[in-house]
Design a binder for this molecule. Structure first.
Ligand SMILES: N[C@@H](CCC(=O)N[C@@H](CS)C(=O)NCC(=O)O)C(=O)O
Length: 230
């Protein structure tokens, strides 16, 4: 039995972390039996979740976990992709995980202290929750500054998200999944990011874009049903 260390549900979605959502979706798609464990992220090997435990082997990072499933559990959801499709998948994944992810995290932490404190740190004893929140928020804002996201105006950030969503919407078009009628790893990546943008119950400036992209919100609902039966 594999064990996935992840964050507990928050903001009305099964997990508030896009890479954790992606990884759980990949595990569900792999057909390998797994269990979730809501651990202590400060004790994770790289200080981040997701982390997979496969017997004695501990695998941090969603990309490593996916590679582990392919190498050790016969799961290769992308085996049928052409070279060209792999390139497109790679480019979209980078856009989502190296650009979109940081915008979503920054907007969430910047604007919603009460919701984020109680949603993400509900387990932390109340008397230190404010302190833990202040430490984590400082880290997120510092990362956003160094990485560059927080140096953009709000209007620029919203325009960037809109451009990302437009690219994804145009790529999927009227297809069922990203590349057609069959799911691939990029669909799990997309689900993780879009679930957070559209369905996390936090009033970020991008959540309201759901009404602009009905095909994408339908896609998320379809994915949830297909993969998690929800
Ligand atoms: N490259 C990593 C990123 C994982 C990641 O950024 N996880 C965040 C949550 S979305 C985390 O655990 N943050 C805790 C922290 O930085 O303290 C992956 O794909 O697994």
């Amino acid at each position: 039995m594999l064990i996935l260390e992840t964050f507990r549900p928050a903001f009305g979605i099964r997990c508030p972390s896009p890479p954790c959502l992606k990884t759980e979706a990949l595990l569900a798609l792999s057909g390998v039996e797994y269990e979730l464990k809501y651990g202590d992220v400060t004790k994770a090997p790289r200080g981040k979740f997701p982390v997979l435990h496969d017997g004695e082997t501990v695998i941090p990072d969603s990309a490593n976990i996916y590679a582990h499933l392919v190498a050790n559990h016969g799961f290769d959801i992308d085996a049928d992709l052409s070279e060209q499709e792999r390139v497109v998948s790679h480019a979209f994944q980078q856009m989502l995980e190296k650009r979109q992810y940081f915008i979503s995290a920054y907007l969430r932490w910047r604007d919603n202290p009460d919701l984020v404190r109680n949603g993400l740190l509900g387990d932390v004893p109340a008397f230190i929750r404010h302190i833990v929140f202040a430490i984590v928020k400082k880290k997120i804002l510092k990362t956003s500054h160094l990485q560059g996201t927080s140096r953009h105006t709000n209007e620029e950030l919203v325009a960037m998200v809109r451009a990302n969503l437009t690219a994804i919407d145009s790529m999927i078009g009227d297809k069922t999944w990203f590349f057609g009628e069959k799911l691939h790893s990029i669909d799990a990546v997309l689900f993780g990011q879009l679930e957070e943008i559209f369905f996390a119950e936090i009033p970020t400036p991008t959540r309201i874009m759901a009404s602009e992209f009905p095909r994408l919100t339908d896609y998320v609902v379809r994915f949830r049903k297909e993969v998690f039966g929800e």
